[in-house]
Design a protein around this ligand. Sequence first.
Ligand code: CP3
Length: 345
Amino acid sequence: MSNNIFTDTLKGIKRERPPVWFMRQAGRVLPSYMKLREKYSFREMMQNPELAAKVTLLPVNDLEVDAAILFSDILVIPEALGMELKFTEKGPVFDTPLQNTSNQFSELQADVSKLEHIYKALDIIKQEKPEDIALIGFCGAPFTTFCYMVEGNSANHNFSKAIKLFYNNPEISEKILQKITDLSVEYAIGQTKHGIDVFQLFETHAGLIPSDLYMERILPHVHRITNAVRTAGVPAIFFPKGLGTGIAHINSETADFVSIDWQYSLPEARKLIDPKIGVQGNLDPRILSIDDKKMIEKELNKFKFFGETNPNWIFNTGHGLMPDNKVDNVKFVVDWVKNTDWKRD
Ligand code: CP3
């Protein structure tokens, strides 16, 4: 046992309570982030290593979570492949999405120097973070990154152009996926060299294709990334949002932990997943926008029995925190997790 409840839980060591953190905790709901955001754009904060390190550590201080997640974005990979990206009011937009495929995709050229500032941010975070707080690195999983690169933006939640290309031209799609994966592997290894304690792979749009097809055409790419990280001695968490019963195919070959979306019953998901791996999740983040803490507590209490009987569980939301979540509700959840008696002797 160490003083780090997060890394202990990842290693399978039974601790007195589950560790707690939130996807999208760095930004969005924190008044301290909003204040910085008045002065700097999202890109400025992401690209300046001192500012990125500062934002990464804000939730550790303001929310008292057990882990800090690097402040960056999954779309740094397409950018480092040469695609022009803008973060607008309506979300990320690529000037020239990969819709005219064949010749366009062959122009994708990895420039790893575009990721250097992120490694610098990790070095600073590593120096400044408290010892008992875990540092989470991350990357977008290949299919979600593919969806953004082909669609060009997230205005159409069906990503219909990307899905059409995926079905219509498997060969080109596979080549794009390979380019994404090659660079993601290098980037993930780079993060392990700069001291991350754990790595999370975000497959936000896994649910856009049938889960059998996901296993066939995407999971091998996922394995290349998670294997690289795990070979470097860093545990991997995989978040395949919307994969449904496909999670039954996720085993210890894929990751150390799997993050469950809020649509799923956590105990049901647990039954489907390889007992050798742990689970993370899965409070519905939208409940953190209401006023009545009693209603939130009612939902939290549903996790009690699960937490008493499952020490290989990390508490999180079932997707990222939302812009209208209330910060005092988020803090309430952290306190609830920390103050609950999990009866784990
Ligand atoms: O979790 C964290 O707090 C760490 C940082 C982080 C961001 N994005 C910061 C961000 C992480 C892990 C991501 C991952 C990410 N980015 C995903 C996968 C996870 C998920 O939530 O589904 C996806 C699909 C993206 C792409 C992306 N980046 C979108 C769709 C948007 C715009 C809408 C939105 O969700 O805010 C972004 C911008 C972005 N990424 C912001 C932040 C804090 C908002 C920037 C701002 O302040 O305007």
